[in-house]
Design a protein around this ligand. Structure first.
Ligand code: CMP
Length: 138
């Protein structure tokens, strides 16, 4: 089933020049980029994005981190895109991420795990509305 999901390349990934590598992997999988922007995220957008984590001890730190530099927001479309992208990014904690995944290959700590991707189709719809209120292409 064709789905569209959100990928964020966090400030650490942008800073380490991984925009191309991460996007290359996504496109090589035959998933389509249907939205793409490099932005300094508004704090309110990031707080809304991570609303489910508001009571967690790391909430303030993760919001600060997402606001610490430019992020790439991408809308990615394709068959089973939500699960395919999650698998490609690897476990949230890079120490548990398999080699061959983005985090398994390029990250070491959960605080700097390079990307965010939507956890399920409902989260994807909510997050795409937040980061692409203007809509996506296709
Ligand atoms: P992400 O997929 O963007 O969703 C929430 C983020 O919070 C997560 O990736 C991590 O970057 C960050 N985070 C920091 N500490 C933790 C933690 N203990 N558990 C889960 N996420 C954490």
């Amino acid at each position: 089933m064709s789905e569209t999901t959100l990928v964020l390349i966090k400030p650490g990934g942008v800073n380490r020049n991984l925009i191309g590598e991460i996007t290359r992997r996504i496109e090589a999988r035959d998933l389509k980029v249907v939205g793409l922007k490099l932005i300094n995220a508004e704090r309110a957008t990031v707080e809304e994005h991570y609303a489910e984590h508001r009571e967690r001890p790391f909430f303030g730190a993760v919001v600060d981190y997402l606001c610490s530099g430019p992020v790439v927001a991408m809308a990615i479309k394709g068959t089973n895109a939500v699960k395919a992208i999650r698998a490609m990014m690897g476990a949230t904690n890079p120490l548990e991420a398999n080699p061959g995944t983005v985090r398994g290959d390029f990250a070491l700590t959960i605080d700097d795990n390079l990307t965010h991707s939507s956890s399920d189709p409902e989260a994807a719809a909510r997050e795409l509305g937040l980061w692409f209120p203007e809509g996506t292409v296709g």
